[in-house]
Design a protein around this ligand. Sequence first.
Ligand code: PHE
Length: 466
Amino acid sequence: MSDGLDTAEKRGQWSGRWGFILASSGCAIGLGNIWKFPYITGENGGGLFVLIYLACITLIGLPIMLAEVLLGRATQKSPVGAYRDFSAKGSPWVIPGWIGVLTGFVILSYYSVVAGWALHYTWLSLQGGFAGMDAETIGNTFGSVFANGNLNLGWHTAFMMLTIAIVLGGVRHGVERIARILMPLLFVMLLVLLGLAMQSDGFAEAFSFIFSPDASKLTRAGVLEALGHSFFTLSLGMGAMITYGSYLKKKEDIVSASVVISILDTIIALVACMVLFPIIFSYGMEPGAGPGLVFISLPIAFSQMAGGAIWATVFFALLVFAALTSAISMLEVVVSTVIDETRLRRTAATLLCGTAIFLFGIPSALSGTEGFAGKEFKDLTAGIFGEGKGKNWFDTFDYLASNWLLPLGGLMIALFVAWRAGAAAREKGFNEGTRFQNLYVAWLMLLRFLVPIGVVAVLLHALEVI
Ligand code: PHE
Protein backbone atom coordinates (compact mmCIF):
# COMPACT_ATOMS: atom_id res chain seq x y z
CA MET A 1 0.00 0.00 0.00
CA SER A 2 1.14 3.57 -0.56
CA ASP A 3 1.83 6.24 2.02
CA GLY A 4 -1.67 5.99 3.47
CA LEU A 5 -0.43 3.09 5.51
CA ASP A 6 0.67 3.76 9.02
CA THR A 7 2.65 1.19 10.90
CA ALA A 8 5.51 1.54 13.33
CA GLU A 9 7.81 1.79 10.31
CA LYS A 10 5.85 4.13 8.08
CA ARG A 11 3.94 7.20 9.21
CA GLY A 12 0.42 7.83 7.98
CA GLN A 13 -0.37 10.77 5.74
CA TRP A 14 -3.50 12.65 4.70
CA SER A 15 -4.59 12.06 1.14
CA GLY A 16 -4.05 15.76 0.47
CA ARG A 17 -5.01 19.29 1.39
CA TRP A 18 -8.72 18.62 1.81
CA GLY A 19 -8.13 15.47 3.80
CA PHE A 20 -6.15 17.57 6.25
CA ILE A 21 -8.64 20.45 6.28
CA LEU A 22 -11.62 18.17 6.91
CA ALA A 23 -9.90 16.14 9.61
CA SER A 24 -8.59 19.28 11.34
CA SER A 25 -11.96 20.99 11.12
CA GLY A 26 -13.42 17.85 12.64
CA CYS A 27 -10.89 18.16 15.42
CA ALA A 28 -11.63 21.84 16.01
CA ILE A 29 -15.41 21.72 15.62
CA GLY A 30 -16.80 19.93 18.61
CA LEU A 31 -18.73 20.29 21.84
CA GLY A 32 -16.85 23.57 22.24
CA ASN A 33 -18.72 25.06 19.28
CA ILE A 34 -22.19 23.65 19.73
CA TRP A 35 -22.54 23.10 23.47
CA LYS A 36 -20.13 25.53 25.10
CA PHE A 37 -19.91 28.60 22.85
CA PRO A 38 -23.68 29.30 22.80
CA TYR A 39 -24.00 29.03 26.57
CA ILE A 40 -21.01 31.25 27.35
CA THR A 41 -22.24 33.75 24.76
CA GLY A 42 -25.59 33.68 26.53
CA GLU A 43 -24.00 34.15 29.94
CA ASN A 44 -21.87 37.05 28.74
CA GLY A 45 -24.67 39.00 27.10
CA GLY A 46 -23.95 38.27 23.43
CA GLY A 47 -22.66 40.93 20.96
CA LEU A 48 -19.51 42.36 22.47
CA PHE A 49 -18.39 38.98 23.82
CA VAL A 50 -18.70 37.56 20.30
CA LEU A 51 -16.69 40.43 18.89
CA ILE A 52 -13.87 39.93 21.38
CA TYR A 53 -13.93 36.20 20.75
CA LEU A 54 -13.53 36.87 17.01
CA ALA A 55 -10.57 39.15 17.71
CA CYS A 56 -8.97 36.47 19.91
CA ILE A 57 -9.42 33.84 17.21
CA THR A 58 -7.81 36.07 14.58
CA LEU A 59 -4.97 37.65 16.52
CA ILE A 60 -4.06 34.90 18.99
CA GLY A 61 -5.63 31.59 17.97
CA LEU A 62 -4.73 31.70 14.29
CA PRO A 63 -1.02 32.54 14.84
CA ILE A 64 -0.73 29.66 17.35
CA MET A 65 -2.52 27.28 15.00
CA LEU A 66 -0.02 28.16 12.29
CA ALA A 67 2.86 27.61 14.70
CA GLU A 68 1.51 24.17 15.65
CA VAL A 69 0.85 23.01 12.09
CA LEU A 70 4.26 24.33 11.03
CA LEU A 71 6.03 22.47 13.83
CA GLY A 72 4.21 19.25 13.00
CA ARG A 73 4.68 19.41 9.28
CA ALA A 74 8.34 20.43 9.43
CA THR A 75 9.28 17.61 11.83
CA GLN A 76 6.70 14.99 10.75
CA LYS A 77 6.46 14.09 14.44
CA SER A 78 3.87 14.26 17.21
CA PRO A 79 4.38 16.89 19.96
CA VAL A 80 7.23 15.30 21.92
CA GLY A 81 9.33 14.46 18.86
CA ALA A 82 8.47 17.78 17.23
CA TYR A 83 9.80 19.79 20.17
CA ARG A 84 12.86 17.53 20.30
CA ASP A 85 13.67 17.89 16.61
CA PHE A 86 13.48 21.67 16.71
CA SER A 87 15.69 22.05 19.79
CA ALA A 88 19.08 20.80 20.96
CA LYS A 89 19.60 17.22 22.07
CA GLY A 90 18.59 16.65 25.69
CA SER A 91 16.77 19.99 25.79
CA PRO A 92 14.01 20.40 28.42
CA TRP A 93 11.68 21.60 25.63
CA VAL A 94 10.32 18.06 25.30
CA ILE A 95 8.50 18.65 28.60
CA PRO A 96 5.77 20.88 27.08
CA GLY A 97 5.34 18.17 24.45
CA TRP A 98 4.65 15.59 27.13
CA ILE A 99 2.35 17.97 28.99
CA GLY A 100 0.37 18.35 25.76
CA VAL A 101 -0.04 14.60 25.48
CA LEU A 102 -1.17 14.44 29.10
CA THR A 103 -3.66 17.24 28.43
CA GLY A 104 -5.18 15.31 25.53
CA PHE A 105 -5.43 12.29 27.79
CA VAL A 106 -7.21 14.25 30.52
CA ILE A 107 -9.57 16.21 28.26
CA LEU A 108 -10.73 13.13 26.38
CA SER A 109 -11.46 11.32 29.65
CA TYR A 110 -14.24 13.78 30.57
CA TYR A 111 -15.12 14.97 27.04
CA SER A 112 -16.34 11.42 26.47
CA VAL A 113 -18.78 11.80 29.37
CA VAL A 114 -20.35 14.94 27.85
CA ALA A 115 -20.47 13.15 24.49
CA GLY A 116 -22.24 10.37 26.41
CA TRP A 117 -24.97 12.84 27.42
CA ALA A 118 -25.35 13.74 23.74
CA LEU A 119 -25.68 10.03 22.93
CA HIS A 120 -28.27 9.61 25.67
CA TYR A 121 -30.27 12.62 24.46
CA THR A 122 -30.13 11.32 20.88
CA TRP A 123 -31.55 8.06 22.21
CA LEU A 124 -34.28 9.88 24.18
CA SER A 125 -35.16 11.96 21.11
CA LEU A 126 -35.40 8.86 18.94
CA GLN A 127 -37.91 7.43 21.38
CA GLY A 128 -40.29 10.30 20.83
CA GLY A 129 -38.30 13.02 22.41
CA PHE A 130 -39.63 15.27 25.05
CA ALA A 131 -43.13 15.66 23.68
CA GLY A 132 -45.68 16.18 26.38
CA MET A 133 -43.12 16.75 29.11
CA ASP A 134 -43.28 19.98 31.06
CA ALA A 135 -40.29 22.20 31.66
CA GLU A 136 -39.73 20.94 35.17
CA THR A 137 -39.62 17.29 34.11
CA ILE A 138 -37.10 18.08 31.38
CA GLY A 139 -34.96 20.05 33.82
CA ASN A 140 -35.05 17.16 36.28
CA THR A 141 -34.15 14.71 33.52
CA PHE A 142 -30.78 16.38 33.07
CA GLY A 143 -30.14 16.37 36.81
CA SER A 144 -31.01 12.71 37.12
CA VAL A 145 -28.90 11.77 34.09
CA PHE A 146 -25.83 13.32 35.72
CA ALA A 147 -26.62 11.63 39.03
CA ASN A 148 -27.00 8.21 37.42
CA GLY A 149 -23.54 6.65 37.55
CA ASN A 150 -24.36 3.47 35.67
CA LEU A 151 -26.04 5.35 32.84
CA ASN A 152 -23.04 7.64 32.39
CA LEU A 153 -20.66 4.74 32.61
CA GLY A 154 -22.55 2.90 29.89
CA TRP A 155 -22.50 5.84 27.45
CA HIS A 156 -18.89 6.67 28.32
CA THR A 157 -17.97 3.07 27.45
CA ALA A 158 -19.89 3.20 24.18
CA PHE A 159 -18.37 6.50 23.12
CA MET A 160 -14.80 5.47 23.97
CA MET A 161 -15.25 2.22 22.05
CA LEU A 162 -16.37 4.15 18.99
CA THR A 163 -13.43 6.53 19.28
CA ILE A 164 -10.96 3.66 19.67
CA ALA A 165 -12.46 1.80 16.71
CA ILE A 166 -11.90 4.79 14.41
CA VAL A 167 -8.34 5.50 15.58
CA LEU A 168 -7.48 1.81 15.09
CA GLY A 169 -8.10 2.41 11.37
CA GLY A 170 -5.17 4.83 11.20
CA VAL A 171 -4.71 8.29 9.76
CA ARG A 172 -6.16 7.99 6.30
CA HIS A 173 -8.45 4.99 6.64
CA GLY A 174 -9.75 5.85 10.10
CA VAL A 175 -9.52 9.53 11.04
CA GLU A 176 -9.72 11.08 7.57
CA ARG A 177 -12.39 8.72 6.27
CA ILE A 178 -14.76 9.35 9.19
CA ALA A 179 -14.21 13.13 8.89
CA ARG A 180 -15.04 12.97 5.19
CA ILE A 181 -18.38 11.38 6.06
CA LEU A 182 -19.34 13.14 9.28
CA MET A 183 -18.24 16.71 8.55
CA PRO A 184 -20.37 17.26 5.41
CA LEU A 185 -23.26 15.59 7.24
CA LEU A 186 -22.76 17.93 10.16
CA PHE A 187 -22.78 20.99 7.86
CA VAL A 188 -25.99 19.86 6.18
CA MET A 189 -27.75 19.10 9.47
CA LEU A 190 -26.76 22.45 10.88
CA LEU A 191 -28.03 24.25 7.77
CA VAL A 192 -31.36 22.42 8.01
CA LEU A 193 -31.67 23.47 11.65
CA LEU A 194 -30.71 27.03 10.67
CA GLY A 195 -33.58 26.99 8.19
CA LEU A 196 -35.93 25.99 10.99
CA ALA A 197 -34.58 28.68 13.30
CA MET A 198 -34.87 31.39 10.64
CA GLN A 199 -38.58 30.76 10.37
CA SER A 200 -39.14 31.17 14.09
CA ASP A 201 -40.40 34.37 15.69
CA GLY A 202 -37.28 34.82 17.77
CA PHE A 203 -34.84 35.06 14.88
CA ALA A 204 -34.57 38.85 14.70
CA GLU A 205 -34.17 39.15 18.45
CA ALA A 206 -31.54 36.41 18.46
CA PHE A 207 -29.65 37.97 15.57
CA SER A 208 -29.34 41.28 17.33
CA PHE A 209 -28.41 39.52 20.60
CA ILE A 210 -25.52 37.76 18.87
CA PHE A 211 -24.29 40.64 16.73
CA SER A 212 -25.00 43.98 18.39
CA PRO A 213 -22.28 44.92 20.83
CA ASP A 214 -23.53 46.07 24.21
CA ALA A 215 -20.70 47.13 26.49
CA SER A 216 -22.82 47.18 29.62
CA LYS A 217 -23.16 43.40 29.73
CA LEU A 218 -19.56 42.38 29.40
CA THR A 219 -17.38 41.84 32.45
CA ARG A 220 -13.61 41.60 32.62
CA ALA A 221 -13.98 37.91 33.33
CA GLY A 222 -15.96 37.61 30.11
CA VAL A 223 -13.11 39.04 28.06
CA LEU A 224 -10.75 36.45 29.45
CA GLU A 225 -13.27 33.70 28.98
CA ALA A 226 -13.44 34.62 25.29
CA LEU A 227 -9.68 34.22 25.05
CA GLY A 228 -9.62 30.90 26.89
CA HIS A 229 -12.39 29.52 24.72
CA SER A 230 -10.54 30.45 21.54
CA PHE A 231 -7.88 27.90 22.59
CA PHE A 232 -10.36 25.20 23.40
CA THR A 233 -12.42 25.61 20.27
CA LEU A 234 -9.43 25.64 17.89
CA SER A 235 -7.92 22.64 19.74
CA LEU A 236 -4.78 24.59 20.54
CA GLY A 237 -2.24 24.14 23.29
CA MET A 238 -2.00 20.36 23.49
CA GLY A 239 -0.37 19.37 20.25
CA ALA A 240 -3.45 18.21 18.34
CA MET A 241 -2.59 20.52 15.47
CA ILE A 242 1.08 19.52 15.69
CA THR A 243 0.05 15.90 15.29
CA TYR A 244 -2.40 16.58 12.45
CA GLY A 245 0.21 18.81 10.77
CA SER A 246 2.71 15.96 10.98
CA TYR A 247 0.61 13.92 8.56
CA LEU A 248 0.67 16.72 6.00
CA LYS A 249 2.85 16.67 2.91
CA LYS A 250 5.51 19.35 2.51
CA LYS A 251 3.99 20.75 -0.65
CA GLU A 252 0.72 21.79 1.00
CA ASP A 253 -0.08 25.38 1.95
CA ILE A 254 -0.35 25.55 5.76
CA VAL A 255 -1.19 29.25 5.83
CA SER A 256 -4.36 29.02 3.80
CA ALA A 257 -5.29 25.69 5.41
CA SER A 258 -5.06 27.21 8.91
CA VAL A 259 -7.17 30.17 7.82
CA VAL A 260 -9.82 27.87 6.33
CA ILE A 261 -9.96 25.71 9.48
CA SER A 262 -10.29 28.76 11.76
CA ILE A 263 -13.00 30.26 9.56
CA LEU A 264 -14.98 27.01 9.41
CA ASP A 265 -14.72 26.60 13.18
CA THR A 266 -15.90 30.17 13.74
CA ILE A 267 -18.77 29.89 11.27
CA ILE A 268 -20.02 26.72 12.95
CA ALA A 269 -19.89 28.36 16.40
CA LEU A 270 -21.85 31.38 15.12
CA VAL A 271 -24.37 29.23 13.26
CA ALA A 272 -24.85 27.12 16.39
CA CYS A 273 -25.82 30.36 18.17
CA MET A 274 -28.13 31.32 15.31
CA VAL A 275 -29.82 27.94 15.64
CA LEU A 276 -30.10 27.93 19.40
CA PHE A 277 -31.00 31.48 20.35
CA PRO A 278 -33.99 31.96 18.00
CA ILE A 279 -35.48 28.74 19.37
CA ILE A 280 -34.66 29.78 22.93
CA PHE A 281 -36.15 33.27 22.44
CA SER A 282 -39.22 32.02 20.60
CA TYR A 283 -40.15 29.82 23.53
CA GLY A 284 -39.38 32.45 26.12
CA MET A 285 -36.32 30.75 27.58
CA GLU A 286 -33.30 32.48 29.13
CA PRO A 287 -30.15 32.76 26.97
CA GLY A 288 -27.94 32.79 30.07
CA ALA A 289 -29.05 29.39 31.39
CA GLY A 290 -25.50 28.05 31.60
CA PRO A 291 -24.19 24.57 30.77
CA GLY A 292 -27.73 23.17 30.72
CA LEU A 293 -28.68 25.40 27.75
CA VAL A 294 -28.38 22.60 25.22
CA PHE A 295 -29.60 19.81 27.50
CA ILE A 296 -32.46 21.62 29.25
CA SER A 297 -33.63 24.79 27.47
CA LEU A 298 -33.43 23.33 23.99
CA PRO A 299 -35.37 20.14 24.82
CA ILE A 300 -38.02 22.32 26.48
CA ALA A 301 -38.36 24.28 23.24
CA PHE A 302 -38.41 21.06 21.19
CA SER A 303 -41.15 19.63 23.43
CA GLN A 304 -43.46 22.45 22.37
CA MET A 305 -42.59 22.40 18.68
CA ALA A 306 -44.37 20.59 15.87
CA GLY A 307 -42.10 17.75 14.76
CA GLY A 308 -39.96 18.44 17.82
CA ALA A 309 -38.82 14.83 18.22
CA ILE A 310 -37.31 14.81 14.73
CA TRP A 311 -35.55 18.15 15.20
CA ALA A 312 -34.27 17.03 18.57
CA THR A 313 -32.88 13.83 17.04
CA VAL A 314 -31.12 15.80 14.30
CA PHE A 315 -29.67 18.23 16.80
CA PHE A 316 -28.32 15.68 19.27
CA ALA A 317 -26.96 13.41 16.54
CA LEU A 318 -25.13 16.46 15.22
CA LEU A 319 -23.67 17.01 18.68
CA VAL A 320 -22.48 13.39 18.78
CA PHE A 321 -20.80 13.68 15.35
CA ALA A 322 -19.05 16.90 16.32
CA ALA A 323 -17.83 15.34 19.56
CA LEU A 324 -16.62 12.19 17.84
CA THR A 325 -14.37 13.91 15.29
CA SER A 326 -12.81 15.92 18.15
CA ALA A 327 -12.41 12.93 20.44
CA ILE A 328 -10.50 10.96 17.81
CA SER A 329 -8.03 13.83 17.52
CA MET A 330 -7.30 13.74 21.25
CA LEU A 331 -6.79 9.97 21.19
CA GLU A 332 -4.68 10.35 18.04
CA VAL A 333 -2.27 12.73 19.83
CA VAL A 334 -1.66 10.21 22.60
CA VAL A 335 -1.49 7.20 20.27
CA SER A 336 0.82 8.81 17.74
CA THR A 337 3.20 9.90 20.51
CA VAL A 338 3.33 6.35 21.83
CA ILE A 339 3.96 5.05 18.29
CA ASP A 340 6.72 7.63 17.74
CA GLU A 341 8.39 7.19 21.11
CA THR A 342 8.16 3.40 21.49
CA ARG A 343 8.26 0.57 19.02
CA LEU A 344 4.59 -0.24 19.60
CA ARG A 345 2.38 -0.58 16.56
CA ARG A 346 -0.85 1.31 16.05
CA THR A 347 -3.18 -1.47 17.16
CA ALA A 348 -1.40 -2.09 20.44
CA ALA A 349 -0.84 1.62 21.08
CA THR A 350 -4.50 2.49 20.40
CA LEU A 351 -5.91 -0.25 22.60
CA LEU A 352 -3.50 0.58 25.39
CA CYS A 353 -4.04 4.37 25.35
CA GLY A 354 -7.78 4.11 24.70
CA THR A 355 -8.25 1.77 27.64
CA ALA A 356 -6.15 3.94 29.95
CA ILE A 357 -8.18 7.03 29.02
CA PHE A 358 -11.42 5.10 29.45
CA LEU A 359 -10.36 4.02 32.95
CA PHE A 360 -9.30 7.54 33.89
CA GLY A 361 -12.70 8.78 32.71
CA ILE A 362 -14.68 6.44 34.97
CA PRO A 363 -14.59 8.84 37.93
CA SER A 364 -15.80 11.61 35.58
CA ALA A 365 -18.75 9.43 34.63
CA LEU A 366 -19.48 8.96 38.33
CA SER A 367 -19.08 12.63 39.27
CA GLY A 368 -22.78 13.26 39.76
CA THR A 369 -23.05 10.57 42.42
CA GLU A 370 -22.71 10.70 46.19
CA GLY A 371 -19.60 8.49 46.05
CA PHE A 372 -15.87 9.17 45.80
CA ALA A 373 -15.76 11.02 42.45
CA GLY A 374 -18.78 13.14 43.29
CA LYS A 375 -19.61 14.37 46.75
CA GLU A 376 -16.53 13.03 48.50
CA PHE A 377 -14.16 14.53 45.92
CA LYS A 378 -15.97 17.85 46.34
CA ASP A 379 -15.34 17.79 50.06
CA LEU A 380 -11.74 16.78 49.45
CA THR A 381 -11.01 19.60 46.99
CA ALA A 382 -12.72 22.21 49.16
CA GLY A 383 -9.33 22.31 50.91
CA ILE A 384 -7.75 23.55 47.65
CA PHE A 385 -10.47 25.64 46.03
CA GLY A 386 -11.83 27.08 49.28
CA GLU A 387 -14.75 26.24 51.58
CA GLY A 388 -17.95 25.59 49.65
CA LYS A 389 -16.07 25.82 46.33
CA GLY A 390 -15.04 22.16 46.11
CA LYS A 391 -15.33 20.52 42.70
CA ASN A 392 -16.21 16.98 41.77
CA TRP A 393 -13.74 14.91 39.73
CA PHE A 394 -15.19 15.99 36.38
CA ASP A 395 -15.14 19.71 37.22
CA THR A 396 -11.67 19.51 38.75
CA PHE A 397 -10.11 18.05 35.62
CA ASP A 398 -12.09 20.27 33.28
CA TYR A 399 -10.86 23.26 35.27
CA LEU A 400 -7.24 22.08 35.30
CA ALA A 401 -7.18 21.26 31.60
CA SER A 402 -9.11 24.22 30.14
CA ASN A 403 -7.92 26.97 32.47
CA TRP A 404 -4.34 25.84 32.96
CA LEU A 405 -2.99 23.17 30.69
CA LEU A 406 -4.30 24.50 27.35
CA PRO A 407 -3.25 28.16 27.79
CA LEU A 408 0.09 27.04 29.25
CA GLY A 409 0.61 24.68 26.33
CA GLY A 410 -0.32 27.43 23.83
CA LEU A 411 2.09 29.84 25.51
CA MET A 412 4.89 27.28 25.33
CA ILE A 413 4.31 26.58 21.64
CA ALA A 414 4.23 30.30 20.83
CA LEU A 415 7.41 31.00 22.82
CA PHE A 416 9.16 27.96 21.40
CA VAL A 417 8.37 28.61 17.75
CA ALA A 418 8.78 32.39 17.96
CA TRP A 419 11.93 32.62 20.08
CA ARG A 420 13.63 29.25 20.33
CA ALA A 421 13.28 27.49 16.98
CA GLY A 422 15.99 28.26 14.45
CA ALA A 423 15.09 31.25 12.28
CA ALA A 424 15.95 29.50 9.02
CA ALA A 425 13.95 26.35 9.79
CA ARG A 426 11.00 28.43 10.97
CA GLU A 427 10.91 30.59 7.87
CA LYS A 428 11.28 27.58 5.60
CA GLY A 429 8.50 25.78 7.51
CA PHE A 430 6.17 28.72 6.99
CA ASN A 431 7.01 29.42 3.37
CA GLU A 432 7.04 25.92 1.96
CA GLY A 433 4.01 25.39 -0.24
CA THR A 434 2.36 28.77 0.41
CA ARG A 435 1.63 31.78 -1.76
CA PHE A 436 1.39 33.95 1.34
CA GLN A 437 5.06 34.34 2.14
CA ASN A 438 4.56 38.07 2.60
CA LEU A 439 2.60 37.34 5.80
CA TYR A 440 5.60 35.75 7.51
CA VAL A 441 6.82 38.84 9.36
CA ALA A 442 3.36 39.86 10.55
CA TRP A 443 2.76 36.34 11.84
CA LEU A 444 6.10 36.26 13.64
CA MET A 445 5.45 39.61 15.31
CA LEU A 446 2.04 38.45 16.57
CA LEU A 447 3.55 35.22 17.85
CA ARG A 448 6.43 36.98 19.54
CA PHE A 449 4.57 39.75 21.34
CA LEU A 450 0.78 39.85 21.25
CA VAL A 451 0.22 36.13 21.75
CA PRO A 452 2.37 35.70 24.89
CA ILE A 453 0.94 38.86 26.46
CA GLY A 454 -2.63 37.72 25.76
CA VAL A 455 -2.05 34.26 27.14
CA VAL A 456 -0.28 35.49 30.26
CA ALA A 457 -3.34 37.66 30.89
CA VAL A 458 -5.53 34.52 30.93
CA LEU A 459 -3.23 32.81 33.39
CA LEU A 460 -3.10 35.80 35.69
CA HIS A 461 -6.86 35.94 35.53
CA ALA A 462 -7.08 32.32 36.63
CA LEU A 463 -4.81 33.24 39.54
CA GLU A 464 -7.11 36.20 40.30
CA VAL A 465 -4.17 38.58 40.01
CA ILE A 466 -5.90 40.70 37.36
N1 PHE B 1 -11.90 21.89 19.77
C1 PHE B 1 -12.70 20.88 20.38
C2 PHE B 1 -14.10 21.45 20.64
O1 PHE B 1 -14.36 22.57 20.29
C3 PHE B 1 -12.12 20.37 21.66
C4 PHE B 1 -10.69 19.95 21.57
C5 PHE B 1 -9.75 20.55 22.38
C6 PHE B 1 -10.30 18.97 20.69
C7 PHE B 1 -8.42 20.19 22.31
C8 PHE B 1 -8.96 18.59 20.59
C9 PHE B 1 -8.03 19.21 21.39
O2 PHE B 1 -14.93 20.80 21.16
